[in-house]
Design a binder for this molecule. Structure first.
Ligand SMILES: C[S@@+](CC[C@H](N)C(=O)[O-])C[C@H]1O[C@@H](n2cnc3c(N)ncnc32)[C@H](O)[C@@H]1O
Length: 192
């Protein structure tokens, strides 16, 4: 059992045929392909990555498996340019670096935090977000710490957030985090 299994199990339960989904970190395209399979021919999937190599790998996987998605070379911080507020059923983030790619290119808090906040605005009420937080190797601990402390400030009247940890595993295993948007809100951050 690992974070990928748990996140994919969550997606299989949550994403229904016809869903509008976003893969915010396309990478090799495995999450994009699963979202395409679950959303089906009536659904719509957007996938973002800043690296041409990841965009090409994702497009190649989708072509090989016969899926259709809009694979966009752009930062997930710009997702709102491509989707309307409260229109998205499911958003997936898989932080870290492209497996087998340039180890110097990885997600960082300066774009991850605005992207999560944008994603929370794009989710429709009833929509879900899944995060897989890779950390501790090339990318260190800054992004993980920034994301987890940011999520503590999210409006708990509109969002339910479950952060999971691997309590008896060594070597910084990635963490799964799940967010449910319970109701529409303009206030993403808790009012103090
Ligand atoms: C761990 S990989 C994603 C793995 C992927 N979900 C899969 O199924 O293979 C993380 C990806 O995030 C991408 N990335 C880094 N910064 C980004 C940003 N600001 N916007 C979108 N993607 C970004 C990297 O290029 C890398 O391909």
């Amino acid at each position: 059992m690992n974070t990928l299994h748990i996140v994919h199990d969550f997606l299989r339960r949550q994403v229904k045929p016809g869903a509008f989904c976003i893969d915010a970190t396309a990478g090799k395209g495995r999450d994009t392909a699963l979202l395409c399979r679950l959303a089906g021919s009536e659904g719509r999937v957007l996938a973002f990555d800043i690296q041409p190599e990841a965009v090409n790998q994702t497009r190649a996987l989708l072509a090989a498996e016969g899926w259709q998605a809009e694979v966009i070379q752009d930062s997930h911080a710009h997702m709102a340019r491509y989707a309307a507020q409260e229109s998205v059923d499911c958003i997936v983030f898989n932080f870290g670096r492209l497996p087998g790619g340039d180890p110097k290119i990885f997600t960082t808090a300066d774009s991850s935090l605005p992207a999560i906040e944008t994603g929370l605005r794009l989710l429709r009420p009833g929509g879900v977000m899944a995060l897989a937080i890779y950390y501790g190797k090339e990318n260190g601990y800054d992004e993980k710490n920034a994301i987890l402390s940011y999520l503590k400030h999210i409006n708990d009247r509109a969002f339910t957030i479950l952060s999971c940890d691997w309590i008896n595993r060594e070597n910084d295993p990635p963490l799964p985090v799940f967010i449910w948007k319970e109701k529409s809100t303009c206030a993403i951050i808790k009012e103090s």
